[in-house]
Design a protein around this ligand. Structure first.
Ligand code: PEP
Length: 257
């Protein structure tokens, strides 16, 4: 594989208030210190709810903890009369480096279409953050179109909104594997990750395709993470449920051991 630092990302979804968030990050950092985790080998990112970001940012900077900070959503708009929205500039100001866009829970539960996902990715990019573009097929899509067609189509649509030189991360998450305990096999994940990288080659050229990290997500746990990370085109994991337990998430981060 090329020079892609593995990325382990924890999507907390709607869990942990700001006090629980502080306790969690503190414990995680102790656990990784105990294990002498080398932060240059594997990048770790957490994606807390909006209300926790300021507290987590303060802790990370005060204690010099090398975790990256991500947000779970962003407004496509810059500012103004958008009640309930949070802008990209507001997030960037809190040292947020990554923003999830197109998570299946937003596509399905909030009716976000490809154009919205692309607009959110663009807003994140313009504010200097890296969009983590989530793509994935439902069980019905899988039956009808195979595994790769829908994720590649979703990616193509999102990238149409982003400038050529924009950096991004892709999270391939089969919808049927999210929160189901039924993860894809490493071979299935590799097949789609490779199809995504092939599409990136067409859309953005070799350099961007080789530099871009493609994560797998969907029921990742400490027992199965290494199998995914061994695949040549899988460069990390987006972890939901298992990212909420300190010991389990710490073991996932130390997948090389
Ligand atoms: C997710 O929602 O991004 C996810 C991968 O969830 P889980 O790990 O719980 O399947």
């Amino acid at each position: 594989t090329e020079q892609r630092t593995p990325l382990i990302a924890g999507n907390w979804k709607m869990n942990f208030d700001h006090l629980q968030a502080i306790a969690f990050v503190q414990k995680l950092s102790w656990s990784l210190k105990d294990a002498r985790h080398d932060y240059t080998d594997v990048e770790v990112a957490v994606f807390p709810p909006f209300t926790d970001l300021r507290s987590v940012q303060t802790l990370l900077s005060a204690d010099k903890i090398s975790l990256s900070l991500g947000a779970q959503d962003v407004s496509p708009h810059a500012s103004g009369a958008y009640t309930g929205d949070v802008s990209a500039d507001m997030l960037a100001k809190l040292d947020v480096g990554y923003v999830l866009v197109g998570h299946s829970e937003r596509r399905q539960g909030h009716g976000e279409d490809d154009a919205t996902v692309g607009a959110k990715a663009l807003a994140a990019h313009r504010a200097g953050m890296v969009p983590m573009i989530c793509v994935g097929e439902t069980a019905e899509d899988l039956e009808e179109h195979g595994a790769a067609a829908i994720p590649v189509a979703q990616l193509t649509a999102a990238l149409a909104e982003l400038p050529e030189d924009a950096e991004f991360v892709i999270a391939y998450e089969p919808v049927w594997a999210i929160g189901s305990g039924q993860a894809a096999t490493p071979e299935q994940a590799q097949e789609v990750a490779k199809a995504i990288r092939d599409a990136l080659r067409e859309l953005r050229g070799d350099e961007r395709a080789d530099a871009t990290r493609v994560l797998y997500g969907g029921s990742v746990a400490s027992q199965n993470v290494a199998g995914f990370l061994r695949q040549p085109d899988v460069d990390g994991a987006l972890v939901g449920g298992a990212s909420l337990k300190v010991d389990e998430f710490s073991r996932i981060i130390q997948f090389k051991k």
